[in-house]
Design a protein around this ligand. Sequence first.
Ligand code: ATP
Length: 322
Amino acid sequence: MSVLQLLLRAFPQPVSGEEMARNLGLSRTGIWKQVRALTELGMQIEGRQNSGYRLLEWPDQMHPDLVRHYLGSELVKEIVYQPSVDSTNTLAKTLASRGAEHGTLVTADEQTAGRGRRGRNWFSGKGIGAYMTLLLRPSMPSQRIPMLTIAAGIAVVQAVRQLGLTDAWLKWPNDVWVGERKLAGILSEMSGELDQIDFVIVGIGVNANQLEFPLELETSATSFRRETGSNVNRAELAARIMDNLSEVLPMLSSADIMPLISLYQEYDRLLGNQVQVKAATEDFNGTALSLTRDGALVVRLKDGSERVVLAGDVSLRPRNLA
Ligand code: ATP
């Protein structure tokens, strides 16, 4: 138990300092210090001489106690939280190299150097997005990593849909979009050998309560708040994503990958449509056909030949956008 857990449990009622001290085996000063630390994180806590402490509003932070409050599954074993971090992926990697266990989740309210693919930046404003990285030590070959990214994307789409953003879709290979705007991005990174990975980290950044974006993202990004008109609790969002992921992950280790591919198809908008592909060595147009077992995109060209796209930027061609 912690001070925050007691306050959450009692919300909106107060908990007396004496009861807290007794429950937690701390002095009254010890309690006061913890309350002060929580208010420094931005939580609204009132302290009154005769009634004790109470939360004035339900907090919206990526704090472990809050994420745990919403978690229903067992996938997440430990939560490491930093109000502000350079990148949750970078911190997760450091923790992994020091032996952190499978199921360690890193959360933050702000990233000062959030990353996307190929060194691109991920804009991670303070208190408005959900930033998290899950460390896994799965026994699978590295070819399965793209599928892991897709599994994480499915979990994100499911979570935002469950919370009310019903038209979110998964854009192969690592984004979640609403309409033609990006809502969330996923960045998986691994360490290990080809046939057996040591660890993989799955970084997820979701635009939650942004009303505005930096100029360069103004027309390409969106947030839960912008789409639905309401705020989403970021800890709840993180917990939903983890709960969904805990259901999807077993599909990844199963010998039969088809159920995962079928699930992907439910949330995809590329398959069957005309797409434009910018791959490492060439650009081409074609029809997105399917996913391979390893999560690559199969595209049929005009001349009937097929290309397998492992990684690349794929966009829907304008005639599909109407
Ligand atoms: P893209 O979808 O832009 O072709 P990508 O899938 O490789 O690229 P990522 O590498 O996952 O994208 O994300 C980085 C890119 O996303 C940045 O170059 C920027 O254009 C855009 N971006 C950065 N921060 C955000 C954000 N918070 N919300 C939406 N888009 C963002």
